[in-house]
Design a protein around this ligand. Structure first.
Ligand code: SF4
Length: 402
């Protein structure tokens, strides 16, 4: 597995595979052909079908600016990967200088055809939770200590934590309508106001978590700066939990960073052994993965043992199996924003359930089993329900009703 730095990335919303990935591809392409006088980019598959709503064209044009770039949405032409883009560079005489075929594979990661991965070397020698658990047991170390054995990410994760908190803060302090045709109102601040006057402790906790998840997700939908956790579409879950434990439960930053390490391991295993791309595996791959990461982190923060942490993470995915990706109008808003809030609450519940259920019964489904099942299920989902906005919710909610 690669570094956690390749999983947690800071970048502009609203979609890691549709904004962050194309942004990286455009930057690298520009560096390779700096003499170009103009560029052209063709978007295929999910990038063509939801690229407008996900702002792919805007981020590509902005990255190449001031050099002009023409974008072509090639709807109906399927290539080898559901998120394919072809970039062309031309000189002043309109002679082609070069072209790249690039796949945006989820979480901002890209694969350039014919080139080595730019994601750096393999850092972790183990490939499954079973292998990691066996190693930790043999060495008598915890999951966060396992991360420390192979890389020093304390400073990096501190930056990630601060960015998560500042994204939530920005969202809570911004009112108005989100960009795009849906004309959706930001409601994070209203949820926080409700939480602040709520006198029922359990409801207050749910309202606070929801307000923070809405806040980060609304920022993401508006193209604000957020953290892939593991993707931008699902970037409200972990920040909501971090913000809640930091400001409301007053946990130390060091503890939260340990929690981010464990969540990162969970996300990395899903990324390596299945997918974190909605275009490949549906929303179970994004929100299911984020919920699993959050559940593992909360389980750690509640003082649960390694077996219980794995159980919480497993539950986070198991109960999102089959979840479709069908964003209305191609915007990362409906169902995405609310879904982040629901997943943050589910992450909390999964950790609590793992703690108590594990005391009375053995879990028959391992984390590795559920990751493989999620991968299998994603492949069985029809293309209409994998970030194309051609089916499901995307076709039943009329744009003008929002
Ligand atoms: S439905 Fe899920 S996977 Fe699809 S864009 Fe929204 S958050 Fe991402």
């Amino acid at each position: 597995m690669k570094s956690l730095k390749e999983l947690y990335r800071i970048g502009p919303g609203p979609s890691s595979s549709h904004t962050l990935g194309p942004q990286r591809a455009a930057k690298l392409f520009q560096d390779a052909f700096p003499q170009a006088q103009r560029y052209e980019v063709e978007l295929f598959g999910s990038l063509a079908l939801t690229g407008k709503g996900h702002m792919s064209d805007r981020i590509i044009e902005k990255t190449f600016a001031p050099i002009p770039c023409q974008i072509h949405f090639k709807i109906g032409e399927e290539l080898k990967h559901p998120n394919t883009m072809i970039l062309y560079a031309y000189d002043g005489a309109d002679t082609e200088l070069g072209q790249w075929t690039v796949y945006s594979v989820g979480g901002g990661a890209i694969v350039i055809e014919g080139q080595e991965s730019d994601e750096g070397r393999e850092i972790y020698p183990h490939h499954s939770m079973m292998e990691i658990s066996a190693y930790c047991k043999q060495e008598n170390i915890s999951l966060w200590e396992y991360v420390d054995r192979f890389e020093n990410v304390n400073e990096y994760l501190n930056e990630i934590l601060l960015q998560m908190c500042s994204t939530v803060d920005n969202g809570l302090n911004t009112k108005g309508i989100l960009p795009g045709k849906l004309k959706l109102e930001r409601i994070a601040r209203k949820l926080l106001d409700k939480a602040n006057v709520c006198e029922h402790p359990a409801e207050k906790e749910k309202l606070l978590l929801s307000a923070y998840a809405y806040s980060a997700s609304e920022e993401n939908a508006a193209g604000g700066i957020t953290v892939t956790a593991p993707t931008l579409g699902s970037s409200g879950v972990l920040p909501a939990l971090i913000y809640y434990y930091y400001y409301d439960r007053k946990l130390q930053r060091e503890e939260l960073i340990k929690g981010l390490k464990i969540a990162g391991l969970v996300g990395n295993l899903i990324k390596q052994n299945a997918t974190i791309s909605g275009a490949q595996g549906g929303c179970q791959a994004e929100i299911g993965a984020a919920c699993a990461m959050g559940a593992a982190m909360v389980a750690y923060l509640r003082g649960l043992n390694q077996h219980q942490i794995e159980y919480a993470a497993e539950m986070g995915i198991e109960h999102h199996l089959g979840l479709t990706c069908d964003p209305v109008g191609g915007y990362v808003m409906i169902p995405c924003i609310e879904r982040n809030a629901v997943a943050a609450l589910r992450a909390m519940d999964a950790a609590i359930l793992a703690e108590f259920i594990s005391k009375v019964k053995q879990n028959r489904v391992s984390f590795d089993m559920i990751v493989n099942t999620m991968n299998y299920t994603g492949k069985k989902l029809p293309m209409e329900l994998r970030e194309t906005s051609l089916g499901g919710l995307a076709t039943v909610v009329p744009l003008e009703s929002c």
